[in-house]
Design a protein around this ligand. Structure first.
Ligand code: UDP
Length: 463
């Protein structure tokens, strides 16, 4: 056995919404408890390379080679692609873990939610199996009950006449379940069933949530003897001060000139996936509302058969955007690159957040007490939007017109923005989110989230 600082290996899937919280977990283990950490992911894009290069030098990072996926059908959904990527990376991951076991005091391999095939390596090398779930405890609770739902509900969940009841969770309409549960004949559903079943093998599940946010699903999981213990250590978000760097886009400078609580921050996350038609309605809605805004339009991306595809903005759209900017004349700012989201949410001029409900954005909004408009797009975002609007009650949900191909018209957008920024509903949400913000902070500062992390860390140290 090698002596030395206890060492933890963390396997993240190669997407920002996963790498960010998992690397924050790595930093906490190191700074607070003195662990050595190796952060492992798959080298599938420039984003991954630049992200791992930006990690503190004290965290070792390993990029596994992207395995070949040429044999997958071209219409494969993103969940299927990620599942195969992670499963086919197991041999190269094994080499890394065998080496860490031989040369360091390796005490745990912690895997991301698509990484459960790596449990085989833990089993083989006598390591405990831990899962880290960087989304809502509600989604985790749903996943742990999925086998039972699969046995008891016939047909597509979205056609089920009743809301889907999962113990401990707010009831969901079938069409609000995560994407892979929308088509039970698709491979992505088989992967979801498989992964969810293997979650039950874990010796513990670390979830990026808090008793202050989701007490019911957390209690349900912890009181169910068929499930592993869940450790709600969150909400863990990146520390804006240490990573945002310079204000390259100028949005913080612009915010500095706006009155307190007057600006709506609009972002659809690292994917950003509105169709050109929806972009134009959103522009119209922002303009009609008359409210100040920062709108992040990264390279527009649309969802085709569940696969994210980049769309080049045409000359005509560029022209529209230019005219729009001239018309709004300084009331809003459009940004077309990565922005320092945490610093924007922290800013006193920010009074609302129109979000796609990625879990990181959702918790960042709550930690900073910014009332939200929930406008989910893909993955498990619709489930998150139900949690935000119906369970935690910190967001107004945008009404999507399913009859109209899911397009949300400018009138509706403007109405929802006004009710958040100046209406009674907005005031109630603001009061609620400020109390949630306080409670979350209390749980992180020595409360239950802090104790859960302490428990896990001490368990690994005593290993
Ligand atoms: N983010 C950011 N700047 C951007 C877009 C996103 O800092 O311009 C960060 C955001 O703060 C969050 C993460 O990227 O931490 C996005 O994760 P989330 O789960 O919200 O959504 P995803 O991008 O995975 O859909």
């Amino acid at each position: 056995m090698v002596v030395g600082a206890p060492h933890v290996a963390i396997l993240a899937i190669p997407y920002m919404g996963h790498m960010i919280p998992l690397s924050e977990f790595a930093k906490l283990l190191q700074v607070r408890y003195g662990f050595d950490v190796t952060f492992i992911t798959v080298d599938n894009s420039f984003d991954v390379l630049s992200f791992t290069a930006s990690l503190p030098g004290t965290i070792a990072s390993v990029l596994l080679p992207q395995p070949s996926l040429h044999d997958l059908p071209p219409q494969s959904k993103i969940d299927t692609i990620i599942s195969h990527t992670m499963a086919r990376s197991v041999p190269s991951l094994r080499e890394v873990i065998v080496n860490l076991k031989a040369t360091t005091n390796l005490v745990a391999l912690v895997v991301d939610l698509y990484g459960v095939d790596a449990f085989d390596i833990s089993e083989e090398l006598g390591l405990k199996k831990y899962l880290i779930f960087p989304s809502a405890a509600t989604s985790l609770c749903f996943a742990l009950h999925l086998a039972e739902l699969d046995r008891t509900i016939e047909g597509e969940y979205q056609d089920h006449p009743e809301p889907i009841h999962v113990p401990g969770c707010v009831p969901f309409h079938g069409r609000d379940l995560m994407d892979p549960a929308q088509d039970r004949k698709d491979d992505s559903y088989s992967h979801l069933l498989y992964h969810s079943a293997r979650y039950k093998e874990a010796h513990g599940i670390i979830v990026n949530s808090s008793i202050a946010l989701e007490p019911r699903p957390i209690k349900e999981i912890n009181s169910n003897t068929k499930f592993p213990n869940v450790y709600p250590i969150g909400p863990l978000i990146k520390n804006g001060n240490d990573v945002e760097g310079e204000d390259v886009t100028g949005c913080l400078k612009w915010l500095g000139k706006q009155p307190p609580n007057s600006v709506l921050y609009v972002s659809f996350g690292s994917g950003g996936n509105l169709s050109p038609e929806q972009l134009s309605e959103l522009a119209g809605g922002l303009e009609m509302s008359g409210k100040r805004f920062i709108w992040v339009i990264r390279s527009p991306v649309i969802t085709k058969d569940g696969v994210l595809m980049e769309v080049k903005t045409g000359k005509e759209e560029e022209e529209h955007l230019k005219e729009f900017m001239e018309r709004i004349n300084g009331v809003g700012m459009v940004v077309r690159s990565w922005v320092p989201q945490i610093s924007i949410l922290k800013h006193e001029a920010t009074g609302g957040f129109l979000t796609h409900c990625g879990w990181n954005s959702s918790i960042e909004g709550m930690v900073h007490g910014v009332p939200m408009i929930a406008w989910p797009q893909y993955a498990e975002q619709k489930m998150n939007s139900v949690v935000l609007s119906e369970e935690i009650k910190v967001a107004i949900r945008m009404k999507v017109d399913d009859e109209n191909g899911g397009l949300v018209k400018r009138q509706e957008i403007s109405k929802v923005i006004k009710s958040l920024m100046e209406g009674e509903e907005g005031k109630k949400i603001e009061e609620r989110i400020k109390s949630i913000q306080q409670e979350v902070t209390r749980q992180l500062d020595g409360g239950s989230s802090n104790l859960a992390l302490d428990f896990i860390a001490k368990k690994w140290i005593a290993n």
